[in-house]
Each structure stands twice: as structure tokens, then as C-alpha cells.
Design a protein around this ligand. Structure first.
Ligand code: ZN
Ligand code: ZN
Length: 381
């Protein structure tokens, strides 16, 4: 299990990272709050039908899963659709209708390639913006920049998806205005097109692309929305590792996977990653080391350098502060009333977010103790 106080610190640092990139702070100028900013969710394609909750009730419709002439039953004699209405928290959610039909190898390989697919996508976004202005791609920096922060989350079906905050900036210093032509509409159009056309070469199969479902929201100028996004992302950063004991740590043997993981779908994902590990073509992915994340090799949170401050900078500030406090001799002096509350509106926001996080962490820990909860805890499929 991840230590709760480390997790708490990590979450609060993540919140600072996201919110300072959205509205400024910790060395990022406040002007970024006026730049075009998008909140994007990109997901994996389907590797087999899984139980889900649709907005209009129902689970997997017959039309989406029964190819013409095949009927309503798969080669393994299982129904290709599910008419049930599942409750939130049902252990069926994210589990395949037929485990034998589910493409486990595809799912694990997709996870392994997801970060590369995003790298290709951000390159396409930058290239397309450069084309839109008529400048050479390498010269985009002379007119504009695009920065992002991305949070990875494992969905219940075991596939990774990304929540991304993307920001357009002017050339040079982040405080400089964004050129007029770079509107939020243009950025959104370019992002949607780039997500649709980006791909990554996969071994012995069709190139991987993003799934159908993609969400691109304008973050507008409402700072309240930006704070909500920051809290939402910070929460997800640590979520996967808090889900259960086994997923916080690497597996060291096949036997360990067999002994520790009860859920057959989750076990199969981990086993597939473990089994693909020695494949010479896939060596660079270190799939055995990433069997606990079903082949996903990236970090929970990554960003382009200039999006905002870094985890390292936040940690080092903290260390410096603590060291200075420890080194100093016992302080002699007297207290003086300076006022009550916080000296800056954003400090009180942060305090509020941290308070909520701490409460949620406690509740989650208690829940985990009570139920020895399901390994994956994503809110969406
Ligand atoms: Zn179902
Ligand atoms: Zn089947």
C-alpha cells in the first residue's frame, strides 16, 4: 500500500502543478489564465465488449456486438449482448462478456504504446498549428507554443486513458500574449483532427489509434472551473495505486500473480503482460516490470517542461524549508498578531482542496480495509 501521507503530499503537489499551469502561480505567470486552454480525454479503442453503464441504462446492445449472420452468441457460446442495468460498484463492470473473445494481447500492447501515441499526437498538434499559420514546423516557437500536462488512469476494463490539460502560449516568455490567430476554436479544431489522425506502429498488427470516445472541452476563463479540473486531476493521479495492495507494487513472479489476483480479467491482463515480457520485439517495454499496470509503462503524471513548475522543484522547496527550520537555533522572540485566515485567495483554495483530499483518502483507506476492494478503481469504463 502506498503510504497515506506520501500519497497526500503527492496529490497536493499534483494539484499545484495543474492549477499553476491553468491560472499561474509557483513561477508561472498569471497571464496563462487568459490563454486558450483545453481539457481533453482520450481513451483506448475496444478490445472486446465489456459490461458497462450506458447513460440510457442497459449494457451492451445487440446491434453493437452481433456481426451480421453470426447471431447473438459468440464462438464460445456466450451472449454477445447484455440487457441488464448494472449498478455502480458492480463487480461485473469493465469485465468482458466473453473472456475468450477479449483481445488481451491487444489490450496490453495498446497500454504499452499509449505514451508513444500521445507523443505522436502532440507532435501532430504542433505541426498542424504551424501549417495553419504558414510557418515552418521548427519555427512554430517563433510565433506560438503548446504545453500540456497529462494524467494517466487505468479504466476498469484495464486500459489506460489520459486526461490532458493543454495550453497555447505566445512565443518566448509565458507571460507574453497569445497571437490573435491562435483562438480556442482553432486550437480545438486542430486538436480534434490530430487525435483522429494520429497513430503509432504496433508489432504484427494494425497501427494503434485512439478510441472513438474523445472529449475536448474549452476551459474558458472561469477560474472556478479550472480549480475543479485541478482537483479532479490531482485525485486521479494517485487513484490507481491506492486501489489495492497488489497494484502498488511490481509482480516478481508468475506465481505471485496467480496467488494475489482473484479477479479473472485482471489476472489475465497481468499474466498477458508477464508472458509477453521476454518477446525480443517487445523488450524495450519491460512488460514483466509493468505487469501490475497491464503493460502501461508511463508515469501517472507527465508534462511538457514549461507547462508549470515540477514535482522536483516543489520537493526541493520543501526540503530547503525543512532544512532551514532544522538548522536554525531555537528561535527567540515573541508572537505578534498578523491577522487570521490566509494571505492570498489561492492559499485558502488549496487548504480547502487538501482538506477534502485528506478526508477522501481516509474514507478510501477505511473502505479498502472493510472490503479489501477491487484492484481497479477507475470511475469510468
Ligand atoms: Zn452487462
Ligand atoms: Zn467468446
Amino acid at each position: 500500500m502506498v503510504c497515506p501521507s506520501c500519497s497526500y503530499l503527492y496529490r497536493s503537489d499534483a494539484w499545484i502543478l495543474v492549477s499553476s499551469g491553468l491560472v499561474g502561480g509557483k513561477g508561472t505567470p498569471e497571464e496563462v489564465g487568459t490563454h486558450p486552454r483545453l481539457f481533453i480525454t482520450v481513451t483506448a479503442p475496444s478490445f472486446g465488449a465489456v459490461h458497462t453503464i450506458k447513460a440510457r441504462g442497459g449494457c451492451v446492445g445487440p446491434s453493437t456486438n452481433a456481426p451480421k449472420g453470426v447471431g447473438g452468441v459468440c464462438a464460445h457460446g456466450r451472449q454477445r449482448h447484455c440487457v441488464e442495468r448494472h449498478e455502480e460498484g458492480s463487480p461485473l463492470l469493465g469485465r468482458p462478456l466473453c473472456q475468450e473473445c477479449f483481445d488481451y494481447e491487444g489490450a496490453v500492447l495498446w497500454n504499452a504504446h499509449a505514451s508513444k501515441l500521445w507523443n505522436n499526437t502532440i507532435q501532430t498538434i504542433r505541426r498542424s498549428l504551424a501549417e495553419a499559420t504558414g510557418v515552418n514546423q521548427r519555427n512554430l516557437k517563433s510565433v506560438a507554443q503548446v504545453h500540456y500536462l497529462k494524467v494517466a488512469e487505468l479504466q476498469r476494463r484495464g486500459l489506460v486513458h489520459f486526461h490532458i490539460v493543454l495550453r497555447a502560449d505566445g512565443p518566448g516568455d509565458l507571460g507574453e500574449p497569445v497571437p490573435i490567430w491562435l483562438s480556442v476554436e482553432l486550437l480545438r479544431r486542430v486538436v480534434r483532427q490530430s487525435i483522429r489522425k494520429s497513430s503509432v506502429v504496433a508489432p504484427n498488427r494494425e497501427d494503434f489509434r485512439w478510441g472513438q470516445l474523445l472529449d475536448v472541452q474549452d476551459l474558458g476563463s472561469e477560474s472556478a472551473d479550472n480549480r475543479a479540473v485541478a482537483s479532479y486531476l490531482a485525485k486521479y493521479v494517485t487513484k490507481t495505486t491506492e486501489g489495492s495492495a497488489e497494484f502498488a507494487h511490481r509482480f516478481t513472479s508468475r506465481r505471485q500473480i496467480m496467488n494475489l489476483v482473484d479477479d479473472p480479467h485482471v489476472r489475465q491482463l497481468a499474466l498477458t503482460s508477464w508472458n509477453l515480457g521476454p518477446d525480443p520485439e517487445l523488450e524495450s517495454f519491460h512488460l514483466r516490470e509493468h505487469a501490475h499496470t497491464f503493460g502501461f509503462t508511463g508515469l501517472p503524471i507527465t508534462k511538457s517542461r514549461s507547462f508549470s513548475t515540477t514535482f522536483a522543484a516543489l520537493r526541493s522547496n520543501r526540503a530547503t524549508f525543512m532544512a532551514a527550520r532544522n538548522e536554525s537555533d531555537p528561535i527567540e522572540g515573541s508572537f505578534r498578531y498578523e491577522g487570521r485566515g490566509y494571505d492570498h485567495p489561492r492559499s485558502s483554495e488549496l487548504a480547502e482542496v487538501l482538506f477534502t483530499m485528506r478526508r477522501e483518502l481516509r474514507q478510501e483507506a477505511a473502505q479498502a480495509r472493510r472490503t479489501n476492494s477491487a484492484p481497479l478503481s477507475g470511475d469510468s469504463l
